[in-house]
Design a protein around this ligand. Structure first.
Ligand SMILES: [Zn+2]
Length: 213
């Protein structure tokens, strides 16, 4: 028996050697190994999710044109649908949740997530009006720690690498633009783009909303 240390690196083998022992495995003979399962359907909107911080964590981003820096995190939203096992436990990602305040509306994505969480909880909590990037980040982190629940709306989005340039990102948005699946219960997660390359849909979180039950 090889020790644990030895099996960590691959070694050349003779696959016709009768003494070569390998584990028994079950495969799906008719399965398509080259297609990815589609994202959760948009018809499930709004989804109930549990929030947690992403693996990258908090980052300090420099402001543009001399503006002060702000804080950004990635976010994981785990879908909670106990009555639907195809979507239950699926994880959605939001890669840029920022404290940067938009001038016109005085809102930020972090403020928007917090408001939806507070309204879902229904205990009258409010995002502070006079605050700081650090305080808002800490408030959101507290919700990650509690795995707080909130609603999200998702939209399918597929990026076409072949057509995109540094100046222009070419994306296809919306589940309805993807072909229907064989039994017409939903849509395929992949399709041929107008340029001929295969593009794959991802579920993008478009907004956070309060959930009432
Ligand atoms: Zn394309």
């Amino acid at each position: 028996m090889p020790t644990e240390e030895e099996v960590k690196s691959p070694t050349a083998v003779d696959i016709f050697d009768q003494s070569l022992a390998t584990e028994e495995i079950e495969v799906n003979p008719d399965g398509n190994a080259f297609s990815f399962p589609p994202p959760p359907p948009e018809s499930g909107n709004p989804y109930r999710v549990k929030l947690s911080r992403g693996d990258k964590g908090w980052q300090n981003w420099p402001g543009k044109n001399g503006k002060p820096s702000y804080l950004v995190t990635d976010l994981k939203a785990t879908i909670v649908t106990p009555d639907n096992e195809t979507t239950d436990g699926k994880v959605l990602f939001d890669n840029f949740v920022s404290t940067m305040v938009m001038q016109q509306t005085r809102t930020s994505r972090v403020q928007g997530v917090l408001k939806a969480v507070y309204d879902t909880r229904g205990q009258g909590e409010k995002v502070p009006q006079h605050t700081s990037h650090r305080e808002l980040a800490q408030l959101l982190q507290a919700e990650f720690d509690k795995e707080s629940e909130v609603g999200v709306w998702i939209q399918w989005e597929a990026y076409c690498e072949a057509d995109s340039t540094p100046e222009k990102r070419v994306v296809v948005r919306g589940e309805k633009r993807f072909p229907q699946n064989a039994d017409k219960t939903g849509h395929l997660g992949e399709m041929e783009h107008t340029c001929g390359s295969t593009i794959a849909a991802q579920a993008k979180i478009t907004r956070y909303v309060p959930l009432t039950t």
